[in-house]
Ligand binder design. Structure first.
Ligand SMILES: Nc1ncnc2c1ncn2[C@@H]1O[C@H](COP(=O)(O)OP(=O)(O)OP(=O)(O)O)[C@@H](O)[C@H]1O
Length: 487
């Protein structure tokens, strides 16, 4: 028997809640509209740039509305980061995943089993929602009319057409099948039109009733640069020189020193992330930086949970020795720290979307921040090799090989687009990114990319910095770019 539907309230004081509970002065453009639509009980699809403030669009409704909001989130680091921020704001939030301690889990589950939980937001992985006992609990809460809303963060993970596809995300179709009256809100920064369609179909959302909000992907305060290199060059020195120069500039300015102390930062607390594709690079690069006096810590899926938590917490708290995180993609989507001044890709990432997501960790306070990608044709060829290897593996897998090969094809398209972005010295980087995501109107770039800063220098750097195609093709033929697994 379906529970009686609740009458939705309309008299919320959203501004008061925004100020009191979330400590923000005013809504950003479109946030109020999305929140009001969600509170009206509509299904919502929100696509907006990294750092737009998408989380508030389900967190605020969860605080003012009745019952509990279930938030499905793909990465443990992301989940823990968000839960810690909400707890600090005194919001009743819980999280169930493999890192939750037994005591916390027991307490949380007994709260949920009452059917009238005090918990307003519950973060779970998509895998968790497939567990029978968890589904039973959801049914109990629903019967009590306390299941307020389902929020699907990083919704692009649903689509095999997108990057970061997670099979467990497909199981989320369960929610609309079982609880058709419970509104859903899907959020992502990276979905092409194809991916968007796919998400809607998989989740069983009715496109005629769904409210879709799409905003630009542009991040005008991010300065995008591609730095060209070859295998013969150790780009470590290039990076270190740049970072030390920033430290020195800060040190030589007493006013800047005083400003930094006021906001709990140090001269050498130039907070950043370096992304590498391989776990072993995380460790060795972090150690090398420490040897040169830079506080750096590794972060990858192979570390103990206690170590990962320590590195993340230290970095978030601007602790000395934790200024730079050297990470694999395990530290990607959704991580929110406002003063990240740089994101470096140590080599070309696996996809265009991955690049945009990871670069999007920078400058979340709206201040200028640098995104450097080190690009070599040798790394390009290694990435293509890895992709073909994955494709071959998937084709050998007899289950659903047709779909998997479609997914692999899309990954290949995305990587090719990223290669074209790196090789392009004739257009604005912001323009190229918006173009990839299908946007027609591209915001102005205010000298915030290598092309706008110096077109000639960029062209020259490419000419002098990359290995020739002839050389690469000889190397490819001799099998020089064969690599092991990613991560
Ligand atoms: N109205 C607001 N006023 C001031 N700050 C805000 C507002 N809304 C959100 N923020 C802040 O903006 C930052 C980014 O928000 P959030 O983490 O929700 O981004 P997002 O859109 O989910 O981005 P991503 O896709 O990169 O994860 C957070 O620090 C958040 O507290």
């Amino acid at each position: 028997m379906a529970p009686v539907r609740r009458k939705r309230r309309k008299d919320f004081d959203l501004d008061l809640t925004l100020r009191r509970r979330f400590g923000k002065c005013s809504f950003r453009p479109l946030q109020r509209e999305v929140i009001t639509t969600a509170l009206d009980g509509e299904d919502v699809f929100l696509q907006a740039a990294t750092s737009f403030g998408k989380s508030l669009c389900y967190q605020l409704p969860a605080v003012v509305d009745y019952g509990i909001t279930i938030v499905i989130s793909p990465l443990l680091s992301l989940m823990n980061n968000q839960v810690a921020a909400l707890q600090a704001a005194g919001i009743e939030v819980g999280c169930l995943n493999s890192t939750t301690s037994r005591d916390v889990k027991t307490e949380l589950i007994s709260d949920l089993q009452t059917g009238h939980p005090h918990t307003r937001l519950l973060y779970v992985t998509p895998e968790y929602t497939t567990l029978d006992y968890f589904r039973r609990i959801l049914r109990t809460i629903h019967m009590q009319c306390e299941l307020s809303r389902i929020a699907i963060d990083e919704a692009h993970c649903i689509s095999e057409w997108g990057h970061d596809f997670r099979p467990a995300f497909k199981a989320l179709s369960f929610f609309k099948t079982e609880f058709p009256d419970v509104p859903m809100i899907c959020l992502t920064a990276t979905a092409t039109a194809e991916v968007r369609e796919d998400i809607i179909t998989v989740l069983g959302l009715d496109p005629r009733k769904l409210k879709i909000y799409t905003m630009t992907t542009a991040r005008p305060n991010l300065h995008y640069e591609v730095r060209f290199k070859t295998d013969d060059q150790d780009h470590y020195n290039d990076f270190l020189k740049w970072l030390k120069a920033v430290h020195n500039r800060r040190r030589s300015c007493p006013e800047r020193n005083a400003q930094l102390t006021q906001v709990n930062e140090r001269v050498d607390n130039v907070c950043g992330i370096i992304y590498t594709l391989f776990r072993k690079d995380c460790e060795s690069l972090a150690a090398r930086l420490c040897g040169d006096g830079i506080g750096a810590k590794p972060y990858h899926a192979g570390l103990e949970n206690s170590q990962k938590n320590d590195h993340l917490a230290g970095w978030v708290a601007n602790k000395q020795g934790y200024d730079v995180i050297v990470a694999t993609t395990a530290f990607g989507m959704g991580i929110d720290k406002e003063n990240v001044r740089f994101v470096v890709h140590w080599q070309i990432p696996k996809s265009f979307e991955g690049f945009y997501q990871e670069a999007g960790r920078a400058g979340r306070d709206g201040k200028a921040s640098l995104c450097i990608m080190y690009y070599s044709r040798e790394d390009r060829d290694r990435s293509i090799q890895m992709l073909s290897k994955d494709q071959a593996k998937q084709a050998a897998n007899k289950h659903g090989s047709f779909h998997m090969s479609e997914q692999a094809m899309n990954r290949a398209k995305s990587l090719q687009a990223l290669i074209a972005y790196c090789e392009n010295t004739g257009a604005c980087r912001h323009h190229l990114i918006c173009q990839y995501f299908g946007e027609e109107i591209v915001p102005e770039c205010d000298y915030a990319c290598d092309w706008h800063k110096d077109k000639r220098a960029l062209e020259r750097a490419k000419k002098e910095g990359l290995a020739s195609e002839d050389w690469c093709s000889t190397q490819r033929d001799s099998g020089a770019y064969a690599v092991d697994e990613y991560e």
